[in-house]
Every structure is written in structure tokens, then in C-alpha cells.
Design a protein around this ligand. Structure first.
Ligand SMILES: *Cc1c(COP(=O)(O)O)cnc(C)c1O
Length: 396
């Protein structure tokens, strides 16, 4: 291994910060250190940074400035959306519809509500990871207050039919939340055209800092026919329109806004470059490695996501061997890869547990080069050959 070479192909787990974001954050740590709630000028400077950042983040998804609530993560935004809507509207009904392939940030608050007497409908998905729109519509009852379906899946990259889901939610007067953490800044999103009521995003999947996220709340969480449709899940000072108390992380948010600005400018170019890398990896692996297949949809997928099934070996062994060659990839999602349970997403698309264990996720990003892709494609086959020779599964 060349000591200097490190090829990072795990951009769905987190991204390195863009140097321009680091510079922006550094500036704000030095210059906007005031509390944005303070009356004095250094506090007001921070408050202005916050206004500007809100404007930039909102503009990426065709939202208004005052519809953005900054949070400490994508997971926190998911929790506020799901628990906040469920609790506020329990008198209207206690059913929530979600999918079988959500990130734990959505899945686990839903499971928690179930323990508290709510009914949760987990929609199955097809072999590509897509929900069925007719089935979604059939599942809506008088008790349903919220549909929460992710924009794009973090493991297999499948992009759900968001606009169509939004139309169904609107037709049945049900709220629609989408966890857009993987899609935000990667592919176009328009909350108005797609009829999205709530949307979660996170800065660290977008070359921004870890520990900064946001929740979009349509019309500040007020629906004409329902009144206020969400309540806070934490109580403190009145920050973020009473939805997320805590002294606001202004430098982190300024970094998030910088990341959004960069994403907005570079999106068309990045989609093109990354789609090329993605398809080159898929083509090459399926051609050169026997008993391999693609997980997720061939075209309705994120530009940066490759998820491969490699038969007869454990994804974990491949990840460790690639790492020793200086290449970072993952198996399952980062959160579940430390547990021995197979990924719930791969099981939901119909893989057997042993197949799900043989998955390899390769996610390219802004800083991936053609050389990186070639290096990966050169190192992978000998690793697989070696592992298959020693694998007890080969004989199965
Ligand atoms: C990473 C991720 C999250 C969690 O975001 P954090 O900011 O890390 O809490 C939620 N949903 C999806 C789809 C993700 O990929």
C-alpha cells in the first residue's frame, strides 16, 4: 500500500468537509461568537448570520426562510417531525404510515410511538426498494395523520416517487414528512412542487460539519384546516420558533449554509461526474466479478451510490481488506455495520440473510477522482478471489 494514498468511497456514511466550509466556520467561530439571542452588537452579528444562513438553506428546496428550523442533526429533525406531529394530532388519529427501509432516525421514533399505543404501518418495498403508490393509498385510514417516506435510501440509493406520494398525502389531507438526508444537495428538491410538509436534512452528508441539521416545516407548522400541526419535543428557551430550544450553533449553521451554497452551484456538474463513476463501477464489477449483482434500482438511484451483492463472502471481510489497501467502503449502513443483524433494508428488498451479509456499499463524492475509481476497480477483484478461496460459504 502506498502510504499516502487513501481513497474515500464511503460518502453516504459521512463526507469530508469541503475546505471552503472549514474556512467559513473558522471565520464565524472567530467573528460571530455572540449568542444570537443577545441584544448587543456581537450577538446581533450572530443573529444576522443566522438569518442569512436560513435564507440560503431554504432557497435550495424552494422554501421560505422562516420555514427552516435548525437542529443538531438529521436524526433530531426526524424525531421532532415524527414525535411532534404524532403527539400534536393524537385527537385526529393515531396511525402513521412509513416504509420498511427507513433510516433508524425515522424507524425508531415510530417504534417508540407503537409502544405508546400508536399504530404504525410499515409499507413493504419491491426488489428495487420502491414503495407501491396504490398500496400506500390503500393503507390510509381516518386515523392516519402522517406519512413519512424517505427521499432516497442511504444503503441502496433508491429514490422514492416523492412527488406522487406528496399528491396522495394532499388528496387525503394527511401530512407528508420525508427524510431527505441523502438527497438534499445531491438531487433537485422542491417542497412546493412535491407537496412536502416536513423535510429533514443534515450538513455532514453534504461536505458540511457533523452535528448540524435542519427540519423544513411548511408554513411554519400551520395547516389551514388543522391549525398548528406540530408540537416541540424539547422545552427550553424560545429558539428556533419554539421548536428546538438551545443556544444556536451559529458557526456550524454558517458552515451548513456554505455547504448548501456550494451544492447548489455544483449540483448539475456533480450529478454528471458521479453518475459516470457510479455506472463505471457497476458495469466493471458486474462484468469482471462472477456471482455479483446490483442492489437497488438501476436508474432511480442516487448519483453517488453503488450497492453490490457479492456471493459467498462476507461484506465485512471485503471492507477490511479494502481498508488495508487504503480504500474506505462499507457494508450495510454505518449504524448497523457494527451489529451482526443483517440490514433491514436488504432484507426488505428480498435478500436472504446470508446474501445481505455479502453486500458492499461504495459511495463516491465531490472529491472522488477517476484515479480513485480505477484504483478501487484494480484492488477489488484479487481481494474477492482470495476471500472466496478461503470462504467456507463457497461450497454452499
Ligand atoms: C445519515 C442519515 C440520517 C442521520 O443524520 P445525522 O445527522 O447523522 O443524525 C438520517 N437519515 C438518513 C437517510 C441518513 O443517511
Amino acid at each position: 500500500m502506498e502510504a499516502s494514498k487513501y481513497v474515500y468511497l464511503d460518502n453516504a456514511a459521512t463526507t469530508p468537509m469541503d475546505p471552503r466550509v472549514i474556512e467559513e466556520i473558522d471565520k464565524h467561530f472567530k467573528e460571530s461568537y455572540g449568542n444570537s439571542s443577545s441584544l448587543h452588537s456581537i450577538g446581533q452579528k450572530a443573529a444576522q448570520t443566522l438569518v442569512k444562513s436560513r435564507e440560503i438553506v431554504a432557497s435550495l428546496i424552494n422554501a421560505k426562510r422562516d420555514e427552516i428550523i435548525f437542529t443538531s442533526s438529521g436524526t433530531e429533525a426526524d424525531n421532532i417531525a415524527i414525535l411532534g406531529v404524532a403527539l400534536k394530532n393524537q385527537n385526529r388519529g393515531k396511525n402513521i404510515i412509513t416504509s420498511a427501509i427507513e433510516h433508524h432516525g425515522v424507524e425508531n421514533p415510530c417504534k417508540n410511538l407503537k409502544k405508546k399505543g400508536f399504530s404504525i404501518t410499515f409499507l413493504p418495498v419491491d426488489k428495487y426498494g420502491l414503495i407501491d403508490l396504490r398500496e400506500l393509498e390503500d393503507m390510509i385510514t381516518d386515523e392516519t395523520t402522517l406519512i413519512s417516506i424517505m427521499f432516497a435510501n442511504n444503503e441502496i440509493g433508491t429514490i422514492e416517487p416523492i412527488k406522487e406520494i406528496g399528491a396522495i398525502a394532499k388528496k387525503h389531507d394527511v401530512l407528508f414528512h420525508t427524510d431527505a438526508v441523502q438527497a438534499f444537495g445531491k438531487i433537485p428538491i422542491d417542497v412546493k412542487a412535491m407537496n412536502i410538509d416536513l423535510l429533514s436534512a443534515s450538513a455532514h452528508k453534504l461536505y458540511g460539519p457533523k452535528g448540524v441539521g435542519m427540519l423544513y416545516l411548511r408554513n411554519k407548522g400551520v395547516r389551514e384546516s388543522w391549525g398548528k400541526f406540530i408540537e416541540p419535543i424539547m422545552y427550553g428557551g424560545g429558539h428556533e420558533s419554539d421548536m428546538r430550544p438551545s443556544t444556536v450553533n451559529v458557526p456550524g449553521i454558517a458552515g451548513f449554509a456554505k455547504a448548501v451554497e456550494l451544492a447548489k452551484n455544483e449540483m448539475p456538474k456533480e450529478i454528471e461526474i458521479q453518475t459516470n463513476f457510479r455506472d463505471k463501477i457497476i458495469r466493471n464489477v458486474l462484468k469482471n466479478i462472477g456471482d455479483s449483482y446490483l442492489n437497488g434500482h438501476p436508474t432511480k438511484r442516487l448519483p453517488n451510490n453503488v450497492n453490490l451483492g457479492i456471493r459467498f463472502i462476507e461484506g465485512e471481510s471485503i471492507v477490511l481488506d479494502l481498508d488495508s489497501e487504503g480504500i474506505a467502503t462499507s457494508t450495510g449502513s454505518a449504524c448497523s455495520s457494527k451489529s451482526l443483524d443483517p440490514s433491514h433494508v436488504l432484507l426488505a428488498i428480498g435478500l436472504k440473510p446470508h446474501e445481505a451479509h455479502g453486500s458492499l456499499r461504495v459511495t463516491v463524492g465531490r472529491f472522488t477522482t477517476e484515479d480513485d475509481v480505477n484504483y478501487f476497480l484494480e484492488k477489488l477483484p484479487p481481494i474477492i478471489n482470495r476471500l472466496r478461496k478461503i470462504s467456507p460459504l463457497t461450497k454452499l
